[in-house]
Design a protein around this ligand. Structure first.
Ligand code: AN0
Ligand code: CP
Length: 318
């Protein structure tokens, strides 16, 4: 594997999950694979889980790791070509990327949607420049439109906790005070649609996601109806995708918060969220603390999804 961004990059999902379970059983079995190889992780945005789990996964594989927080100590980067650089940005991404490529063998990039231009976000302008100009394998650590390391960890977690072959999985929008990207729900929909689960998305009107990721999904605007009989409830906030509201918060209606009353509509569902989560906006304290909540094992599986992805990239570097 040279690039990891879409579900299609990982190939057969059953095979990927099998490999994940094998890695999880013995995560130090491939320590030689990454010897003398360097991972560079580049963060344009904050992170707790992605930073720690991906670094841990790389160390499990024997890799060296360099982390760059672009907004803390690096030169501010211009991303537009043709700009007269007389402002506050001393360096251009078009030099920075090939330079970064000189110091490493593999690059992970976190660069969220900026909500300045829907076109730039959905064309993955930043991530694609890393692909084009770094000369290295590149993987997504949440780009403008997707977060595949999260979705892969989510899939592994559902496979571990499901009690029937074809569980009902419900992705529900939930309220949040600030505009968040669509990357997590986009990817989650893409990965769930690649399985044979019973997959339903529920959100208020105006929060429709891109068809690029949700085509074929069941959309139910009544959250209570969607939750009926659910085996997994996957909560997440996102901002509007459709024009003219791209990147906007249309409502913070707390009737969409996942509470014990909402969970009572389900088939004793497991509660999932990628984290970080705002309690009592997205989910009530009692639900996230309940024994049905699997947010911590879900986060733990981020190490595993990252390790499978890095392992496959390293195997193809040999
Ligand atoms: C980010 C988001 O919603 O995309 C990262 C989630 C993994 N969340 C926040 O910015 C709070
Ligand atoms: N879930 C996730 O990606 O968390 P971080 O933003 O903390 O990396």
């Amino acid at each position: 594997m040279r690039y990891f961004k879409s579900v299609t990059d990982i190939g057969d999902l059953n095979e990927a999950v099998r490999e994940a379970m094998q890695v999880k059983k013995n995560r130090f079995a491939y320590k030689e694979l990454g010897r003398d190889k360097t991972l560079l992780m580049i963060f344009f945005n904050s992170s707790l889980r992605t930073r720690l789990s991906t670094q841990k996964a790389a160390m499990n594989l024997g890799m060296n790791v360099i982390v760059l927080d672009v907004n803390q100590g690096a030169w501010k980067l211009e991303t537009e070509r043709g700009v007269v650089m007389d402002g506050d940005k001393p360096e251009h991404l078009l030099e920075a990327i090939p330079v970064m490529g000189c110091y490493c063998d593999v690059i992970g990039v976190r660069s969220f949607a900026r909500f300045e231009s829907k076109r730039d976000d959905y064309e993955e302008k930043i991530f694609n420049q890393f692909v084009k100009y770094s000369g290295r394998p590149v993987f997504a650590m949440e780009t403008a439109t997707v977060h595949p390391l999260q979705s892969f960890a989510d899939l592994i977690t559902i496979e571990e906790y499901k009690t029937k072959p074809r569980p009902k999985v419900v992705l529900t929008w939930a309220p949040h005070p600030k505009a968040l990207p669509q990357a997590v729900p986009n990817s989650f929909a893409q990965w769930m649609l690649a399985t044979d689960y019973d997959f339903v998305i529920t959100h208020p009107h105006g929060y429709e996601l891109s068809q690029e990721f949700t085509a074929g999904a069941t959309i139910e605007y009544d959250q209570d109806k969607a939750l009926a009989g659910a085996d997994f409830v996957y909560a997440k906030n996102w901002s509007a995708f459709e024009d003219p509201n791209y990147g906007k918060v249309l409502t913070t209606d707390r009737n969409w918060t996942i509470t014990a009353e909402k969970m009572a509509l389900t088939n004793d569902a497991r509660f999932m969220h990628c984290l970080p989560v705002r309690r009592n906006m997205i989910v009530s304290d009692d639900v996230i603390e309940s024994p049905r909540s699997i947010v911590i094992p879900e986060a733990a599986n981020r190490e595993i999804s990252a390790q499978v992805v890095l392992k496959r990239i390293l195997e193809d570097l040999q």
